[in-house]
Design a protein around this ligand. Sequence first.
Ligand SMILES: *Cc1c(COP(=O)(O)O)cnc(C)c1O
Length: 595
Amino acid sequence: MTLNLHPRFAAYFSMEIALEPAMPTYAGGLGILAGDTLRAAADMGLPIVGITLLHRKGYFEQHLDATGNQTESPSVWSPEAVLQPTGVRAKVRIDGRTVQIRAWQYLIRGVGGHVIPVYLLDTALPENSPFDQALTDQLYGGDEHYRLCQEVVLGIGGVEMLHELGHHHLLTYHMNEGHSSLLTLAILDRHLQGRPAEQVTAEDLAFLHKKCVFTTHTPVPAGFDQFPGDLVRQVLGPERLATLERMNGLSGDVLNMTYLGLRGSHYINGVAMQHGEVSRGMFPEYPIHAITNGVHAATWTSPAFQQLYDKHIPEWRRDNNYLRYAIGITLGEIHAAHEHAKRALLDTIKEKTGVALDPAIFTIGFARRAATYKRADFLFSDIDRLKWMARHVGPFQVIYGGKAHPRDEPAKNMIRRVFEVMATVKELVRVVYVENYEMRWAQLLTSGVDLWLNTPQRPHEASGTSGMKAALNGVPSFSVPDGWWIEGHVESATGWDIGHEEVPDVPTEEIASLYDKLEHRILPMFYGRQRSYLEVMRHAIALNGSFFNAQRMMAQYVMNAYFSGRPGMSVQQILEEVRRPEAPVPESPIRSAAN
Ligand SMILES: *Cc1c(COP(=O)(O)O)cnc(C)c1O
């Protein structure tokens, strides 16, 4: 079979991409978003490519002992079994050495058969030193030197690899967060064709800007990758450094990857309306737009709801807008599909943990990376009141999941705290913490619980996406008004707010709001007014599932970012523009990511 992977108009760079459950090439929301973006692009027939690192040892496997102490081990997987070698090599200079890179290929096949290749860069080659061989092993592992070297492989190596693969005329390079910002340097250097850095002109920089799009995901400066100047000099070498300086790529004597991405791009966006605003406050000198995140609908919809949508709105896979018409699905069918998803979740919990949860009991879910700002233990702020509610208002049970970064002690303590409370409330409230939260668990949890809880400290949640997955499955959110929820929240219609967007977030008031609503609105509705609860579920799908999906997001990137500067041009015309004689790409069998 001939597979034409040319021409392509955009390359999407991300340090992590969640391609499928068997590939531990992601840590959390950022990687899931990257995978969902490319899956949606495949469904929409968009000719783009993805670039990431191979991560031979993944992020890590989480182990939790009986008191919630987390330990880690490498994720073992075999890239050779799931990926195709391209046979193509590129090289980069790191610490004065030449590092060889090869690319593995993963193909995402969209709903209409369109294929998007993802290239996973790998330095584990015998020609490389042992240190260099390990550069594409571990996601977010090692020290800052290791990280900077990885980012050279991703950003500079990625651009070189795309050229070696024959993608010479890409119109857009999209940086999903700052880890890949060094691609700006590689693009400019190639454009200079050997001219020295002193000769960089305004036109050269304009050429670069026109090609680059930057998406920031971090609303707090502490989240930016930064490297001291000495380290940058050592790793990049004098020529690259000269170009970097010429681009104004250093901030003082620091390489700040967010600033580098901002400076090199013509289009910059945050990932929800509020995050755009927060980002404009942080970087007032840049025009920052917002495109709210979305999730890939078919990936995150449980089998029971997939069947239901296939029956009533069969177009939904091709066009997620049709989810708006879920409003016409009967409450009985929504109830039955949810029971199915809940059963699948509880069965898996029984099998993996031995804990038998009761399907008749109201079930709350909370699972995401264990970062302190997400406040996993917030529900346990007033344990006496929690117990009182379980006894007098209605029973409930809680399912947790999430990994703490191996060096994030406060996050690890937060997990221990959940375990501590688990033990003290166990007579009245069953609490389960599932180990090693990843894609499969996320699919089960976001679809199988009755309520999706989200308690970030405002305004730290740039967007958040797990509540969107829940919405696709008719699971309402109960969330602090932060990130996407500011846009998705309609009180008692799509879910419930914790605290209020209009008033500052005082923790005591948020806690009061959390308990008051659980006691007076949510539990009574679930147990006493089932039809009303099912109405909320249906609205979560029709109002939020139809909007907070990756197809809508991708369409916005195309219209606002990729095609900006080319108003009125169609995808077809853009492709004409990039169609040139190109190097042949090695053929390989198609591996499908769509399920
Ligand atoms: C969706 C997802 C996340 C993101 O959760 P947030 O609540 O948006 O932080 C993290 N981890 C996994 C495995 C996911 O599937």
